[in-house]
Ligand binder design. Structure first.
Ligand code: 76R
Length: 275
């Protein structure tokens, strides 16, 4: 799909991610004949299939719950040229002037700078918190388990394959930089300590909330895209509420608009969107 004469713009690690939100122009759509409507929907269906058949490329497509938008897409792919080409094609996929972009967000998957190293896990968690002694079979087993878990974790953060959980929540977020509440003026140890508290809360939602944090500093207005997948909308409300009391969010986070969508099979999605 990528044009052969163009050098790929793949990041050193990870994938590009584009969140796209569209409104549908039903006035333009109503001017289409039944045959033109059928062809437009077939065209979008084939494009979705082509995108999903592209190596290392994923597309989530969903109906947006409120009139902030109608249709939402999350595209993950390594090469920015490919992301850009698919984004243009998605926008035109139902015909000119049918889909108007109302919000978009460009980011990159990233591994976290706060992930504990093997040495930190040994010193802080196994010895410090659990009171174990270095070198015992129990500690060696725990360290092995930690390394396997971390390898999976790093792979998921950089190359996520997202499940088809129905509820999608997306919002952009930045860390605050004002007066005494300047995240970027904190030293690394303090930020790491605060992020550990954040992660502790997050982990209590395992199996109910799947978070994808993508970095956008220098790429878009906000610094991160927060994408949460859930099976139950009340888990989204609960985690975002609980996080607000945690210092990382209470003191240092600024948020943009929230979008709530539902992943659906394409035929049901078209009916839902009155297409
Ligand atoms: O990914 C991990 O499990 C490691 C720990 C972790 C990091 C490094 C983690 C855990 N997060 C990390 C980074 Mn998170 N997260 C958010 C939000 O609404 C709000 O208040 C904030 C939006 C939610 C709901 C959430 C959920 N997290 C980040 C970063 C990057 C910060 C940086 O690098 O400075 C942001 C912006 C951010 C925001 N977080 C978790 C969760 C959940 C559910 C987890 C547990 C994941 C799991 O281990 O299963």
């Amino acid at each position: 799909m990528s044009e052969p004469t163009i050098t790929p713009l793949a990041p050193r690690e990870g994938w590009h991610v584009i969140h796209l939100f569209y409104q549908i122009d039903h006035t333009q759509w109503s001017l289409f004949s039944d045959e033109e409507k059928r062809q437009a929907k077939t065209h979008l269906t084939e494009l979705v299939q082509e995108i999903r058949a592209t190596p290392d490329t994923h597309l989530l497509i969903f109906s947006v719950a409120t009139p902030k938008a109608d249709l939402g897409c999350i595209l993950l792919t390594p090469d920015l040229h490919v992301a850009n080409a698919y984004e243009k094609q998605l926008t035109l996929s139902l015909g000119a002037e049918i889909l108007s972009p109302v919000y978009s967000f460009l980011s990159l998957t990233e591994s976290s700078e706060y992930t504990p190293t093997r040495e930190q896990y040994l010193a802080e968690t196994l010895i410090g918190e659990n009171g174990l002694s270095a070198g015992t079979p129990e500690v060696e087993a725990a360290l092995k388990e930690f390394e396997v878990r971390m390898a999976h974790y790093r792979k998921f953060r950089l190359y996520p394959v997202l499940p088809d959980w129905p509820v999608i929540c997306f919002y952009p977020m930045s860390k605050r930089r004002s007066g005494n509440d300047n995240w970027y003026a904190l030293d690394f140890a303090t930020r790491r300590h605060l992020m550990a508290g954040h992660a502790r809360i997050g982990r209590t939602y395992a199996g109910r909330i799947l978070q994808l944090i993508t970095g956008a500093t220098g790429l878009d207005e906000y610094e991160w895209g927060v994408t949460l997948l859930a099976k139950d909308p009340s888990d989204v409300k609960a985690i975002v509420y609980e996080m607000r009391f945690d210092e990382v969010s209470a003191r240092y986070a600024d948020f943009g608009d929230f979008y709530i969508g539902m992943q659906l099979p394409l035929d049901i999605l078209f009916r839902r969107l009155c297409l």
